[in-house]
Design a protein around this ligand. Sequence first.
Ligand code: HSE
Length: 331
Amino acid sequence: MSRSPSPPASSLNSSGTSEVCSVDGDEATVYAPSSIGNVAVGYDVLGCIADVAGDRVTVRRIDEPTVRIAGIEGTVTDLPTALEQNTATAGLLRMIDDLGLDFGFEVYLQKGIPLGSGMGGSAASAVGSAVAANALLDDPLSIDRVFAYALIGEAVASGAIHPDNVAPCLYGGVVLTRSVDPPDVIHLPVPETVRCVLVHPDRTVATRDARARLPERLPYDDIVQQTAHIAAFVAGCYRGDVDLIGRSLRDFIVEPYRAELVPGFSSVKRAAIQAGALGCSLSGAGPACFAWARAGDADDVRTAMLDAFGDQDVPAEAWVVKTQTPGARLV
Ligand code: HSE
């Protein structure tokens, strides 16, 4: 791939796929936005960009084939400094090893996404560093190979490889990951009229703990229902059928086991639906919650969800964003 000056590192193009770019010089900074995992209907496989906050990762090429952390600032500063346990560095160690690089990377991380928020903070750090390091390679890798290194970083945060935040953060838009090895990430054409409401209550939930709450086995009926809904959701996206998307935005297999981790979640969800939301659920492992709504209803949904948290004395902030926006990009 030829080198070009500071375009998006990873952006949706007209066909809904993404491209990775490189930089001149020995330093690259990437902005990696927040995202919503699961999107109710696709546990661990479906994700949506929700660019309301982001991490900035600056990576500098250094002479030794190793990784160094130059600093961590922002919303979270007490992240692990052991390179194998930090989401921004674990993937880079593997990249150096796999590619046999004779140089390494120094990483400076500016956290903009709160940790334990359910807004894809660990994925953003992992994606940001992988995209920035890739931009510094003599021969940058394809976006699918960058995806693999970002997943290694994300896995250290939750103890499991789940692509539902990494994929939208890297590729942008609403994406379904059929397979991580080999990568098979499908961009879903959600209608332009759909808006995403994201609400972040002032609470934290550790993804690792939220995953531990899930049962090892599920009732067959629930699996059948969920399968029908994810299939209908995808059909709704390709048909541009907003009603079908709304009927499909349901979670039978995860939300019931996690709802009580978020104080007031059931009333927040009820308020969202009453205000016209197409669907509402936890954002990833929570505590953030999201709803999708028609553009004309989105502000009412946002207000209703904020008020419902307020009624529980839970301070919260909320945003209305589009779903088809770019992922990580060079700045
Ligand atoms: N799919 C993951 C989970 C997302 O729900 O555990 C974590 O943000």
